[in-house]
Design a protein around this ligand. Structure first.
Ligand code: AHM
Ligand code: MG
Length: 336
């Protein structure tokens, strides 16, 4: 079979007159190269002294790992000079990062979680990079936070890399979801699956059940029914899976279906959920919808939420359509 590299794929997309122009192509080539560099750093592990804490905290008050900081630096440096971006924003930085004056500015905004699932780094479990691309609103020379606050429906493209046994890059440009596998010897991402599709029904669910005592009633009710299996109202058994890296959990769902949940809980009213809208929920919701799945915050479609802050958190329910619709219905019926 003829192998198609990511670069070849993007050139074909550009020719097909879709959303890929020269600058978006450059952006995706640069992001994929940065993911390759992150994959190499992660792969060296203790040999390169990259494991463990960085001794600092990010804007969300979370302790940063060395690889969180390294991955953020790799993505920043790779994307500053190309002339394709108006600005960047990251989980690891409080405010958007401006393009230095010595470089031209482009029309795109890039938002990312440089290393998702970083609690898994030191235990050698899959982690990833999540990114979302928006257009900078017209007439804005130095985009501040407000330029980024666009609903997920406006994403031009979204993707994630998962650094697992193989390094994969998953991409949507709004016309299906495509999977590229890193050929480590050649150093290229090769298209290995097109038009990934999430089955509407599933027997697997993913949730951190240790938070059960903080859940809202519709979530408790839904999970109780899944756990009751054959003996409960659902009349069949379900399995539970939780990697604690969103990229890995979502990738399993893209591969064989499932429903992923990080619901709102009662612990801290200032935190409506754990996951961040702009660089976790929105890109994953775009990908999941493009693969035929669904994504809500329990009440509304995630992609239609109007962001209020760059680092805003939202509850997340995504994956196999029939399960996401069911748990969403439970919320709406409860009037919660
Ligand atoms: P991070 O971006 O700081 O790594 O946090 C997000 C991660 C997700 O990848 C994962 O789904 C979730 O946090 C796991 O949370 P928990 O440790 O509560 O199970
Ligand atoms: Mg994350």
């Amino acid at each position: 079979m003829k192998r198609m590299t990511l670069m070849h794929f993007l050139v074909e997309q550009q020719r097909a007159d879709g959303p890929v122009d020269a600058n978006l192509r450059l952006l995706l080539e640069i992001v994929s190269r940065a993911c390759k560099a992150i994959s190499i750093a992660i792969g060296k592990g203790a040999l390169a002294g990259v494991l463990g804490g960085a001794g600092s905290e990010n804007v969300q008050g979370e302790a940063q790992k060395k690889l969180d900081v390294i991955s953020n630096e790799i993505l920043l440096e790779a994307n500053e000079w190309g002339g394709h971006l108006a600005a960047l924003a990251s989980e690891e930085m409080e405010h958007p990062h401006q393009i230095p004056n010595r470089y031209p500015r482009g029309e795109y905004l890039l938002v990312f979680d440089p290393l998702d699932g970083s609690s898994n780094i030191d235990v050698n479990v899959s982690v990833g990079t999540i990114f979302s691309v928006l257009r900078c609103p017209e007439g804005i020379a130095e985009p501040d936070e407000s330029a980024f606050l666009q609903p997920g429906t406006r994403q031009v493209c979204a993707g994630y890399a998962v650094y697992g046994p193989a390094t994969l890059l998953i991409l949507t440009l709004g016309d299906g979801v495509h999977c590229f596998t890193l050929d480590r010897e050649m150093g290229s991402f090769i298209l290995t699956q097109s038009n990934l599709s999430i089955p509407a029904d599933t027997k697997e669910f993913a949730i951190n059940a240790s938070n059960a005592r903080f859940w809202e009633p519709p979530v408790s009710c839904y999970i109780d029914e899944l756990i009751a299996g054959k003996d409960g109202p659902r009349g069949r058994d379900f399995k539970m899976r939780w990697v604690a890296s969103m990229v890995a959990d979502v990738h399993r769902i893209l591969t064989r279906g499932g429903v992923f949940m990080y619901p709102r809980d009662r612990r801290d009213p200032t935190k409506p959920g754990k996951l961040r809208l702009m660089y976790e929920a929105n890109p994953m919701a775009f990908i999941v919808e493009q693969a035929g799945g669904a994504a809500t915050d329990g009440r509304r479609r995630i992609l239609e939420l109007q962001p209020e802050h760059l680092h805003q958190r939202v509850p997340v329910f995504l994956g196999s359509r029939n399960e996401v619709e069911r748990v969403t219905r439970y919320h709406l019926e409860a009037g919660a």
